[in-house]
Design a protein around this ligand. Sequence first.
Ligand SMILES: O=P(O)(O)OC[C@H]1O[C@H](OP(=O)(O)OP(=O)(O)O)[C@H](O)[C@@H]1O
Ligand SMILES: Nc1ncnc2[nH]cnc12
Length: 186
Amino acid sequence: MEFSKEEQEKLQGLRNKIVTDGTFPDFPKPGILFRDVFAITRDPESHRTLNEIFDYYSKKAIERGIQAVVAIDARGFLFGPVLALKIGVPFVPVRKRGKLPGNVRSVAYSLEYGEAVMEIQEGSIQQGFKVLVVDDLLATGGSLRAACELITKSGGVVHECLVVLELLDLKGRNLISAPVTSLLQF
Ligand SMILES: O=P(O)(O)OC[C@H]1O[C@H](OP(=O)(O)OP(=O)(O)O)[C@H](O)[C@@H]1O
Ligand SMILES: Nc1ncnc2[nH]cnc12
């Protein structure tokens, strides 16, 4: 997605915040350079700036006819509900195994520093709905791909994905067939 010059300047400020306050070598394992999105939410001015970017994104998402927002447990929940409110559509969670009640659909996946299982509640996505999938960060793409698979198997249509941070060298977007917008690239 295209951002205006004004938005690009705001995004540059947010990126600087991650560099100065949100970069941790060797966490949670040796060799992983952890990018901590809470560096933005901890700082009210940066948080407000990110919210303005979401205002802009949401207006465009309404024009594109997005009908539901799905976000990934846990850090995706910082942003998915806000976007769903701005767009005016349902927010649906995808959660790690064992957290969602009722009948669920599951998928095993791997991410940059481990393996896990994620789940979605049966009936939580209306058939044919155009879905925006949200997460804080795209690394290898394993998590986002698993979420997209759950949505598709539930009868939703993954229209687009939005992540705040993208780790470009891991090429995670290559695993995702829908268009992916990232706000800050590393
Ligand atoms: O692109 P990938 O290699 O799959 O990695 C990205 C995922 O890793 C992190 O989640 P994590 O499972 O650490 O969970 P958390 O949100 O509960 O901290 C992050 O929030 C993304 O969901
Ligand atoms: N390098 C990283 N930093 C923060 N969250 C992550 N999730 C997967 N890889 C990550």
